[in-house]
Design a protein. Structure first.
Length: 325
């Protein structure tokens, strides 16, 4: 028989205030073996979160016994509880609990720093973990983007633009494949759009394209033009999206840029679907996917756009379309 990993015997939890005594848990008995998979279900207020907090060593029971991996947790020091949480327990919080000022990479890395792990090993583990969940392409993005906190994203991006020096930072930016100022303006535009600041977002993207053309950096130009097309697709505005979709495809074809041939084909397909022929437009979007355009999350978004084109629905959820970027 498999060894017990979590064993509870008569566990209780009572919350006491000046006015009331609440019995959240009353005599819980639980035996979970190694390798077992368990789900705890029940109506709101029945004690699920309280039980999980005790199991995760975030709280202590009022009574009863809790044995974790063969050892009683009663009397554990705070430092010992923290060590066990860091090394033996994994948490997935409903509210994410990410640190908005840190990037995705830094949020994933943070718990590993408390283990005394070397920088090289942390880097390897973080990258492997993000690859597994198709987030490697987002590792340098601010975590607030992934909590839907566009107000926070706007604040951070505006600060980045204020600090950005076009001459000083130009060569540095190109090491990452594009001008950093153009990238920041595009991301800020995408943060402004869900907040209803459409005209400000468009102004930023006009400025981003103008700056991209000034740099003469081909990838940056294609990137800025493509993002403007995606922005208008998110707004379900095919006429506005069409010239940018066409230019993205033309740049890709003229300079054999596979990524932008794919993006341009997908964007042109979406425009074609809404202005001319749905079936032909969907076929073009499939062709763009076949050319390798898009990261895994974005490819899911494109498939949703294809499905919407086929049934004539132009109201695909905008958060999903963000994945196309």
């Amino acid at each position: 028989m498999a060894e017990s990993m979590i064993f509870l015997e008569g566990v209780t939890k009572v919350f006491v205030t000046d006015d009331v005594e609440t019995h959240a848990l009353a005599g819980i008995h639980l035996d979970i073996k190694k390798g077992e998979y368990l789900s705890i279900a029940g109506p709101s207020g029945c004690g699920k979160s309280t039980l999980l907090a005790i199991l995760g060593l975030l709280d202590s029971p009022s009574g009863g016994e809790y044995i974790l991996n063969g050892k009683s947790v009663h009397g554990l020091k705070l430092s010992e509880r923290a060590r066990i949480r860091n090394r033996e327990i994994g948490f997935i919080f409903q509210a994410f609990n990410l640190i908005g000022d840190l990037t995705v990479y830094e949020n994933v890395e943070l718990p590993l720093t408390y283990r005394g792990m070397s920088s090289a090993e942390r880097k390897q583990r973080v990258e492997q973990a993000l690859e597994k969940v198709a987030m490697a392409h987002r590792m340098r993005g601010l975590s607030c983007w992934f909590e839907g906190d566009f107000v926070s994203a706007r604040r951070h991006l505006e600060q980045s633009l204020a600090l950005f020096d076009p001459e000083r930072d130009r060569d540095f930016g190109f090491r990452f494949g594009q001008d950093l100022g153009v990238a920041a303006m595009n991301y800020l535009a995408f943060a402004l759009w869900p907040l209803g600041e459409i005209e400000r977002a468009r102004e930023l993207q006009v400025a981003a394209i103008a700056r991209a053309r000034e740099t003469g950096h081909l990838h940056t130009v294609a990137y800025a033009v493509s993002y403007r097309g995606i922005f208008e697709i998110m707004r379900s505005d095919a006429p506005e999206a069409e010239p940018f979709a066409t230019e993205t495809l033309e740049i890709g074809q003229a300079h054999d840029l596979r990524l932008y041939i794919g993006y341009g084909t997908i964007e042109s397909g979406w425009v074609h679907a809404w202005l001319r022929n749905r079936e032909q437009g969907a076929a073009l979007m499939r062709e763009g996917l076949a050319r390798g355009a898009g990261h895994p999350q974005g490819r899911v978004g494109v498939r949703e756009l294809i499905g919407a084109a086929e049934v004539g629905d132009d109201t695909v959820d905008s958060n999903l379309r963000l994945g196309c970027a």
